[in-house]
Design a protein around this ligand. Structure first.
Ligand SMILES: Nc1ncnc2c1ncn2[C@@H]1O[C@H](COP(=O)(O)OP(=O)(O)OP(=O)(O)O)[C@@H](O)[C@H]1O
Ligand SMILES: [Mg+2]
Length: 217
């Protein structure tokens, strides 16, 4: 079974005026770490959002962990069970603490002790001592680490990260990537990372290039 299988994926916006994806085919093996590069507006986020079941394609098929997204009745459940999503701008909820933010995805599935698990994850990303801080009381890198902890909440088999380090300095960026890479190494998590940064792409085992909504080379 492939981690991700995308076939002839098309997506347009504005009633067809903007063709964001123009027939994308992509296969990602279980446990693989791929990076996706391409110019601004080429369709990277659109592709990632479709794979993450955050948006639906116009045509084409997407299978995640063998599950055809068009046949899933409960996409939010599939998301919670299989996918961890790290957004470009962390998307943390400002009124909640780091700990509470990490607990959010766990509401969708049954967990023994959400608080304990959230604490464990924050410790894993080196923020055990900042669990009670709100996002505004954390640095950019720390917020991104909270976002990673949140993405890991339900032990996803796949992590989709949309420029997870775009706003960070290169040292912090490297730390965050190393954290993700460790998960791939030690737990066999599949990683798909959209990036503009060559040093991030170099860490991946394969780089996919996208241009005007199609994959080139
Ligand atoms: N919700 C939307 N409504 C209308 N157009 C959209 C929407 N989302 C994306 N687009 C358009 O689709 C195209 C692809 O956008 P996308 O966000 O996938 O690019 P990207 O490769 O992620 O770019 P960036 O590197 O700047 O993040 C762009 O032309 C964009 O303007
Ligand atoms: Mg984008």
């Amino acid at each position: 079974m492939k981690a991700i299988e995308v076939r002839n994926l098309k997506k347009s916006f504005d009633g067809g005026k903007i063709r964001a994806l123009n027939g994308v085919d992509l296969e990602v093996e279980m446990g693989e770490f791929i990076s996706i590069m391409g110019p601004s507006g080429s369709g990277k986020s659109t592709l990632l959002n479709m794979i993450g079941a955050l948006d639906v394609p116009d045509s084409g098929t997407i299978k995640v962990a063998g599950r055809d997204l068009s046949e899933e009745r409960d996409l939010s459940r599939l998301r919670a069970e299989e996918i961890g999503f790290v957004f470009q701008l962390h998307n943390l909820i400002p009124s909640l603490t780091a700990l509470e933010n990490v607990e959010i995805p766990m509401f969708a599935v049954k967990h023994v002790n959400m608080e304990e698990r959230a604490m464990e994850l924050l410790e894993q990303v080196g923020l055990g001592d900042k669990a009670d801080r709100r996002p505004t009381e954390l640095s950019g890198g720390e917020r991104q680490r909270v976002a990673i902890a949140r993405a890991l909440a339900n032990n996803p088999s796949i992590i989709l990260a949309d420029e997870p380090t775009g706003a960070l300095d290169s040292k912090t960026s490297r730390n965050i990537l190393q954290m993700l890479q460790k998960l791939q190494d030690e737990e066999g998590v599949t990683l798909v990372v959209v990036t503009h940064e060559p040093h991030v792409a170099e860490m991946a085992s394969r780089t996919i290039r996208i241009l005007d909504g199609v994959i080139v080379d």
